[in-house]
Design a protein. Sequence first.
Length: 166
Amino acid sequence: MSHSSIARRITLLLTLALILVVCWILAVLLLSSPDPVRTPQMQVPQLPDASFDDAMSADLEPALLRPLFWESRRPIEEVDVTEPAPAEPQQAEPLKDVTLLGVLLVGDQRSAIVRHAGEVVRLQENDELAGWTLLRVYPDKIELRSGRRTHSLPLREPLSPQIQLQ
């Protein structure tokens, strides 16, 4: 066998092998079925019932009385509202039988302990006692208001240094 015939046979075998590989690839691509397309399952949101209650109809009443694009639309009627003069605050009786026993100042909490008519009462700022409102608590006194009057109630005089508490 000559050298040219061997080269021809090798070329023929390689060409045949290449054709077989191409045919095999085409067969795999064309004959195999792709995965089916799956659509995702979507959940439909549950909407509330569209009930038209009285509260909604009251809100829509001005719009229904004055339709937006009608020729007969009329402007909103302005009503003159006069506010009544503020009432003169009632003034309580003068403070009687009220003694400041102590004050508590803890952080933002301010309260006072008072004796009123023989009863011990704890008050915080803006609490009322016999028609008087506790306005402010200071370390040595409290300030009360009734109407336009204010009254300052001091702590009792401190005990003299000679008296020893046991």
